[in-house]
Design a protein around this ligand. Structure first.
Ligand code: PNW
Length: 532
């Protein structure tokens, strides 16, 4: 009996819709073509789950030279014209003056937490205690923190989100110089002394991989140093020591009184093996994640030392290059003991996934070459306004599982996740709704099905802001900011409204699945057309 293909399709579609409607589940428009993997589930996150959004000082504050603030390397970098269209963060979202409004935006979504960063040169204009403390700078953060607390929002403070005092770059060469570890510790101690009674969650560094590779390896971020084979390893070495010092300072002097948590935020794409059956590609994907997140997480959260695979790779490459020693610096035994265990949670920033293939690389010293990994993102993956960011929701679940397995079931905060849309006035940001829906749902699967200890989620970002070298050309916000308006007016986007529902329910109820209505309508129309 010849059955028409069209009929089989129709039966399949009806069955699919029926199953989705009866199970309370549905598939979002699926570009990856794996309905089983990409089906949305309903369920709630654990009680006490932290819901937040995030920003950073240079990206939102403005007030670059106000009230005694010193210059940072990003002030210099932007004033040198290194940013898209010669843009700068001089005014940015003007949060230096508008922080009370920002707090109301956070509150309107019902978020429990707000993650922001302190600008080091705003409170220490010369970078050091000896150079004097800027009281107006300290007051700004006191006011912001008090405003958050008065609105029942818990502050989460990042100490270093890339805006190093310029004078420390000039005088010491920045993070390549060991002295910075002590200077950072002084700065951290000052922040703890001022704010530890009000702040319970501290993040020392945001994404040191981006600082070291983009800032010291390829030089596309401040301070713009191009030294792909050496400087990133040296800078990372100092940053890890600086982190450990600040962590120990908190534990020794503040913990018994305030009981807060201190850790670091690390970024990596999820590494997907090009051929998931191929041992070499699996190895390449793991190496990639070890070189990005493991570089810092292994010493800090595991054993005080770099991942073996990094020591092996960089050591071998250095030898092949005829160098007398590895370009990867070594920690002393004493340092290892001091660094080991200096993190109370895993702060994870993740946006996308990258496909990894094993490829032996030769040539001049280069951090990327050291990895023996060829990376790419398939052309048929969806895109965003950022060339590096292709939405791949299932990669987040993979990454959360990698972190869980690698770091012994550690508590994880997703400290950043989000997507960029082009620079246009559009409050109907459906792409962002779809992104958050799919990514958050994968996070829920990781938590509910895989036992990942996910304890919080921070959307990047509360509002459109200064997107580093891309300036204002890429918008990541839950709120639209009018950068032409001297008042930098903020307007809620659809994504903020959508997130409000998710936060209120602490997850996905079946009702929230009504987001799928257009899909169901489409399918129904199709069935109607095929049959009647
Ligand atoms: C993170 N990349 O940075 C930062 O923590 C934020 O300040 C930033 O705004 C956000 O992600 C969105 O970009 C990144 O080129 C910057 O791969 C660049 C890259 C990744 C992360």
């Amino acid at each position: 009996m010849a059955v028409h293909k069209k009929e089989i399709n129709s039966v399949f579609i009806i069955l699919t819709v029926y199953l989705h409607l009866t199970s309370g589940e549905f598939s979002y428009p699926d570009v990856f073509d794996d309905p089983e993997r990409d089906t949305l589930i309903s369920g709630q996150f654990p009680d006490g789950f932290a819901w937040g959004s995030a920003t950073s000082a240079y990206q939102v504050e403005g007030g670059w030279n106000e009230d005694g603030k010193g210059e940072s390397i990003w002030d210099t970098f932007s004033h040198e014209g290194r940013i898209y269209n010669n843009q700068t963060g001089d005014v940015a979202c003007d949060s230096y003056h508008k922080y009370t409004e920002d707090v109301q935006l956070v509150k309107a979504i019902g978020l429990t937490h707000y993650r922001f960063s302190i600008s080091w040169p705003r409170i220490l204009p010369q970078g050091t205690l000896a150079g004097g403390i800027n009281q107006a700078g300290l007051d700004y953060y006191t006011d912001l923190i008090d405003e958050l607390i008065a609105n029942d929002i818990e502050p989460v403070v990042t100490l270093y989100h890339w805006d190093l005092p310029q004078v420390l770059q000039d005088d010491y060469g920045g993070w390549e110089n060991d002295t910075l570890a002590d200077l950072f510790n002084d700065y951290a101690n000052l922040c703890f002394a001022e704010y530890a009674s009000k702040v319970n969650i501290w993040i020392t560094f945001n994404e040191p991989y981006v600082v070291t590779w983009l800032g010291y390896g390829i030089g596309v971020f401040a301070p713009g140093i191009v030294s792909p084979g050496y400087a990133p390893y040296r800078a990372a070495h100092t940053i890890i020591k600086a982190h450990a010092k600040a962590y120990n300072t908190y534990k020794n002097n503040y913990f018994s009184q305030y009981g807060g948590k201190v850790s670091i935020t690390l970024s990596t794409d999820f590494g997907q093996p090009k051929d998931p059956e191929n041992e070499e590609d699996i190895g390449a994907a793991v190496r990639y994640m070890q070189f990005t997140a493991g570089w810092f997480a292994h010493p800090i959260l595991k054993n005080g030392d770099y991942p073996d695979v990094m020591k092996w790779q960089v050591g071998n490459k250095s030898q092949e290059q005829g160098l007398p020693e590895s370009r990867l610096p070594e920690f002393t035994e004493e340092e290892k003991q001091y660094i080991k265990g200096t993190g109370d949670f895993f702060g994870l920033n993740s946006y996308t996934t990258t496909v990894c293939k094993h490829k032996v690389t030769s040539g001049d010293p280069n951090y990327e070459g050291d990895q023996d990994v060829e990376r790419n993102q398939p052309e048929n993956w969806p895109t965003s306004a950022s060339e590096w960011l292709r939405p791949v929701p299932w990669g987040l679940r993979g990454l959360l599982n990698w972190v869980k397995n690698e770091y012994d079931d550690i508590d994880i905060y997703i400290t950043e996740n989000g997507v960029s849309t082009p620079d246009e006035f559009n409050l109907e940001d459906d792409a962002r709704v779809t992104f958050y829906q799919a990514y958050l749902n994968e996070a829920l699967k990781a938590q509910m099905y895989d036992g990942v200890n996910l304890v919080g989620y921070f959307a990047w970002s509360l509002m459109d802001n200064f997107e580093w070298t891309s300036g204002y050309s890429q918008r990541f916000g839950l709120h639209y900011v009018d950068f032409e308006d001297p008042d930098r007016r903020r307007t809620q986007k659809k994504s903020a409204e959508w997130l409000t529902g998710i936060v209120a329910y602490n997850g996905f109820s079946s009702a929230q699945h009504l987001q799928a209505t257009p899909l169901v309508i489409c399918l129904s129309a199709l069935i109607y057309k095929l049959f009647l």
